[in-house]
Design a protein around this ligand. Structure first.
Ligand SMILES: [Zn+2]
Length: 130
């Protein structure tokens, strides 16, 4: 069954809240990094206002926040899908992902069977840690 407008709204709120919390956490990390950099005379002096999101993200990827960044990206992708009216549909097979799954993971972009398949494929190419 397709998501009702109420369910979509509820999930959108969850995505927005999670996104805001994550962004606050990342901004805090970034501020700390900038302070470190200013304390270092060899450090790059930033151009305030001229710093694109791309360079911000590349800065962050050097920090220990890449997990947060990838979650932030998936939340941003979820917001985009909401805006485009594609939210809740599997990006792989186009089937509905399901409300329960989205409640557990509002940024989910694949249905369970495609996600399981994806993880298998992904794990085999990345090498198992077991
Ligand atoms: Zn699917």
């Amino acid at each position: 069954m397709a998501l009702t407008p109420e369910q979509t709204q509820e999930l959108q709120r969850t995505v927005d809240q999670r996104h805001a919390a994550l962004l606050a956490e990342i901004t805090r990390d970034l501020d700390r990094m900038r302070e470190d950099r200013q304390a270092d005379p060899a450090g790059r002096v930033g151009d305030p206002g001229d710093e694109s999101v791309a360079s911000l993200i590349s800065d962050l990827e050097q920090a220990d926040t890449s997990r947060d960044i990838s979650e932030l990206r998936s939340l941003e992708a979820a917001r985009q899908r909401i805006n485009e009216g594609r939210y809740g549909l599997c990006s792989n097979c186009g089937q509905e992902i399901g409300y329960e799954r989205l409640r557990a993971n509002p940024a989910a972009e694949r249905c369970i069977s495609c996600q399981t398949q994806f993880e298998k494929t992904h794990a085999s190419s990345a090498g198992s840690t077991l």
